[in-house]
Design a protein around this ligand. Structure first.
Ligand code: PEP
Ligand code: MN
Length: 337
């Protein structure tokens, strides 16, 4: 349930409504926008008296929220959330491009790619250290050493780093080393992991699961938000459909839908969505046209010999070309890049 306050409602009236909600054992989320303040009631709303609330001073109207996601709901929080990390904003006017190798493979590989990503205008360096691989015999990542290399690359380039966390026991180590915690598609519904990252204040990049609906995705975001971490970035990375030509099917309508249903920033990963490097640039531009707040792109200095996801990785030159093309689309959408 949400209580929408009148334009310019007094602070004490807002507080009185929040108190009335909390007195019934519910939580009250206050979201102050330019036009009006919205107070969201979270918990068993059946105990609230809607008529009583709507008659309180300063209240414009009271509305039921039918969707199961509350804190992630745009009705609760009408203005866009902008996640800030080390001077980079995700969800503002400027689009945020996160790029780097699928996996950290060596110092030379990571540092070379990191420099190229920065030169071309990437704002966040990505790189997997702990890899969730389908085969237990495939390269599992450089693990702790990979995290250390990422931290060194951040120091050298000044770019914040994003990397995937696959184990709730790693939260403390990641909190100390990493700027954005990535929850991969395969772990989107690892609820214990979601609860753990929800207890940190690190931004979380939540990828959509391979076969998950928009509502399930937003409920996973709700897990993180409900534990007290408001810094969630959503990432559409393609879903499983009947089509097998591409690795996944990029669901751009989900970007449009989620931007309307939810206030969190949404970025798009056309690399994992297509699995084919030659398709990445066009879908990156399409994502910007669909209203995405940024991109996640895999870049490798030698895709043919990459230890993971080579076929979908762009060379640094390919990435530079993508950035130039994408800039035109950003301008068309009244965004910066
Ligand atoms: C990745 O970003 O390298 C990755 C494994 O992505 P996803 O979880 O989307 O498959
Ligand atoms: Mn990958």
């Amino acid at each position: 349930m949400i209580v929408i306050m009148k334009h310019g409602a007094a602070k004490q009236d807002i507080e009185a409504v929040a108190k009335a909600i909390m007195s019934q054992g519910l939580k009250a989320d206050i979201s102050s926008g330019e036009d009006h303040t919205v107070i969201g009631a979270v918990g068993d709303v059946s105990v609230l008296d809607m008529d009583k609330l709507s008659m309180m001073t300063g209240v414009d109207r009271v509305m039921k929220v039918s969707e199961p996601f509350k804190r992630a709901n745009r009705k609760f929080h009408p203005q866009d959330t902008v996640v800030k990390v080390q001077g980079v904003e995700i969800g503002g006017k400027k689009l945020c491009v996160m790029a780097g190798p699928c996996s950290v493979e060596s110092e030379e590989q990571l540092f070379g790619i990191a420099r190229a990503v920065k030169t071309s205008g990437g704002l966040v360096l990505r790189g997997g250290a702990y890899k969730p691989r389908t085969s237990p015999y495939a390269f599992q990542g450089m693990e702790k050493e990979g995290l250390e290399l990422l931290a060194q690359a951040r120091q050298e380039t000044g770019m914040p780093i994003v990397t995937e966390i696959i184990d709730p026991r790693h939260v403390e180590m990641f909190e100390m080393t990493v700027d954005i915690l990535q929850i991969g598609a395969r772990n989107m519904q690892n609820f214990q992991l979601l609860k753990e990252v929800g207890q940190t204040h690190k931004p979380v990049l939540l990828k959509r699961g391979l076969s998950n609906t928009i509502e399930e995705w937003l409920m996973s975001a709700e897990y993180i938000l409900s534990r007290g971490n408001p810094n969630v970035i959503l990432c559409e990375r393609g879903i499983r459909t009947v089509e097998t030509y591409t690795r996944n099917t990029l669901d751009l309508s989900a970007v449009v839908a989620v931007k309307s249903l939810c206030h969190l920033p949404v970025i798009v990963d056309p690399s994992h969505a297509t699995g084919r490097s030659w398709m990445v640039e066009k879908l990156a531009c399409a994502a910007i046209a669909a209203g995405a707040d940024g991109l996640m792109i895999e870049v490798h200095n030698d895709p043919a010999h990459a230890l993971c996801d080579g076929p979908q990785s762009l060379t640094p030159q390919g990435f530079d070309q993508l950035m130039q093309k994408a800039r035109g689309f950003a301008a068309l959408m009244d965004r910066e890049l």
